[in-house]
Design a protein around this ligand. Structure first.
Ligand code: GLY
Length: 336
């Protein structure tokens, strides 16, 4: 090949090559997210990552996407607590361990963006309840009407008949789901995505990791209950020297074991993302094997080379991956 031809070819293939797996074995940019409903979330994050954007902007964009889905179990369309009130939990963390979170936030559409403002505009990490709402309003967010989505209203009415507080293993088992094509997220028959917690992790072109989590938390919880999702080290942890992890499932078990911090520490010891998630799952199961049979917790991890993996207690946890080479839903391995 002469020099002129080589230069022409190089110029043409440059945008592609910049996203190929480099010789070091790293994949970047890449975004991974919990559940099959992560597919369109990843697409929103990819819009930013593929244009050389930061992982922080990418994970916020992904979370905003899902919070915008009014029939979704994440965000204001989510299921309420036992008093019929939707309360939202969210957090965000970047490559420098900057982090922000909100918990028990009512009537604000984008808790992830409030969490980012907590991170960037305050010396604090976590704001809760009325204080979080006041902070949101002071920062230009608007109060949404206090009303349940049609789907949540129906489900809450049904739940009130027995008022039984019982976590379900995989929230997708509540209602029948449809799979619209190989890469489409699974939806309830009424068209709504079917999971209650969205956690996503991204590695950008500068090898910076960030993560975000957004949820309406466990359905029919006691008013004021906060799960793992907005707790740094439980629902989300990022350490740019090693990797990042997020979780979905019964938050109390994740908080008790500092779940995602545990996953990242296992990766620091040299475990692969999948093996590190498995070790964290084993820790939960070992603590109370009987209880573990009745609950679900799934961990998802991404290391700073762009390698990913997941592990869950039970069958049923899946995650979504998007890079230049992949765009798919992957079933997690499981312990029981
Ligand atoms: N993992 C979500 C929650 O427990 O609230």
């Amino acid at each position: 090949m002469n020099r002129r031809k080589f230069l022409t070819l190089s110029a043409l293939s440059a945008p592609l090559l910049s996203f190929q797996r480099p010789l070091t074995g790293s994949t970047k940019p890449i975004v991974v997210s919990t559940w099959d409903s992560g597919m369109p979330v990843n697409a929103a994050a990819w819009e930013i990552l593929s244009k050389n954007g930061t992982s922080l902007d990418a994970v916020e964009a992904g979370a905003i996407y899902i919070e915008n889905q009014i029939n979704c179990c994440v965000g204001l369309g989510g299921y309420p607590d036992r008093d019929g009130i939707v309360t939202l939990d969210s957090c965000i963390m970047d490559e420098k361990a900057n982090c922000g979170a909100v918990a028990g936030l009512e009537r604000i559409k984008h808790p992830i963006s409030v969490a980012r403002k907590v991170m960037e505009n305050t010396p604090h990490v976590l704001l809760v309840g009325a204080g979080a709402q006041q902070f949101a309003l002071e920062n230009g967010f608007t109060l949404e009407p206090q009303q349940l989505s049609e789907d949540a209203q129906k489900a809450y009415k049904e739940w009130l008949k027995k008022s039984e507080y019982k976590p379900v293993i995989n929230i997708e088992n509540i209602k029948p789901v449809k799979q619209h094509g190989p890469f489409a997220p699974a939806f309830f028959d009424d068209g709504s995505p079917n999971h209650d917690t969205m956690g996503l992790l991204a590695l950008d072109n500068l090898f910076n990791l960030s993560g975000a989590v957004t949820t309406s938390g466990m359905a029919y919880k006691i008013h004021g209950r906060v799960g793992d999702s907005p707790i740094i080290g439980a629902g989300l942890f990022v350490d740019n020297e090693v990797g990042a992890a997020t979780s979905s499932g019964v938050g109390e078990e994740v908080i008790r074991t500092c779940g995602t911090h545990t996953v990242v520490e296992f990766m620091r010891q040299g475990y692969s993302p999948t093996a590190a998630c498995k070790k964290a799952v084993e820790r939960i199961v070992k603590r109370n094997p009987q209880k573990a049979k009745e609950i679900q917790v799934g961990f998802l991890a991404l290391n700073n080379k762009g390698q990913y993996g997941a592990y869950a207690i039970q069958k049923g946890f899946v995650f979504s991956v998007k890079s230049a080479m992949e765009n798919r839903i992957i079933p997690s391995r499981h312990l029981l």
